[in-house]
Ligand binder design. Sequence first.
Ligand SMILES: [Zn+2]
Length: 290
Amino acid sequence: MPELPEVETVVRDLRPLLVGRTIEAMWAGPAKLRRAWKRAWGGQVVGSTVAGVNRRGKWIIVSLVSRDPTGSEKTPALPVGSRLTATLLVHLGMTGQFTVAPTADPLATHTHFTFDLDDGNQLRYRDARRFGSVEWFPPGTDVEAHLGEKLGPEPFGLPAQPFRDAVRASKRTLKAILLDQSVVAGVGNIYADESLHRARLHPETRGADLTETECDRLRKAIEAVLTRAIESRGSTIRDYVGGSGMRGGFQNEFAVYGRGGEGCPKCGAEIAVRRVAGRSSHFCPACQRR
Ligand SMILES: [Zn+2]
């Protein structure tokens, strides 16, 4: 399932391929995704120009400069986040792929959206399991606020004290805290397990039981693991590919995730797998004591 490093890789790949391009036509397939696409949105998207491609948590935010209603002149490019830009909000769900390919290339099965660009390429959204979504929001929508209700801060450069306070205020397990996007955005099952191993913390330890020093260790571990994963273009377990169709490489660097029964890279002890917060959790019983 794509988490922050995978979504960030897609965004970095797509940005140079999309910014400045005008969408000349679009097609939305009949299959229902997690959130429904409204027919009327198509008329708004066609004719608009991409002003920016950004990420918030696991969401992709494509900013669009709306078509000039008079049709006389192309609207000049506006800064990202302008109240005048419309938004295409995309979530990759479990198996989503958001890529640019030559329009002439054959469409893969499970392709649900195509957007024809003015350079002979096509932006495509493919999703076998259909847990993802593509939505459009008109200019003036505060998409940050729309997401902010459930999304915590980005994990980079997090100030120490608010993170300590948020973790220590919770009686839930560290695994549950990391999976909940409200304390820190973008972390899922893979990077929760990898971060907890790096911080030498057991996934079932309660947030309220952590010292401030342990909170700081966890915060730094999350940032270090995610940074390294982005450098490796994310992790490809099954379907994930970047915006140019290239696979990730971080799956080759996992310390614990998916390595149950194998040796811990730090101490050699056998990595354990246990269900925590409803998800398979991989950890080293020697390095990560409760
Ligand atoms: Zn170990």
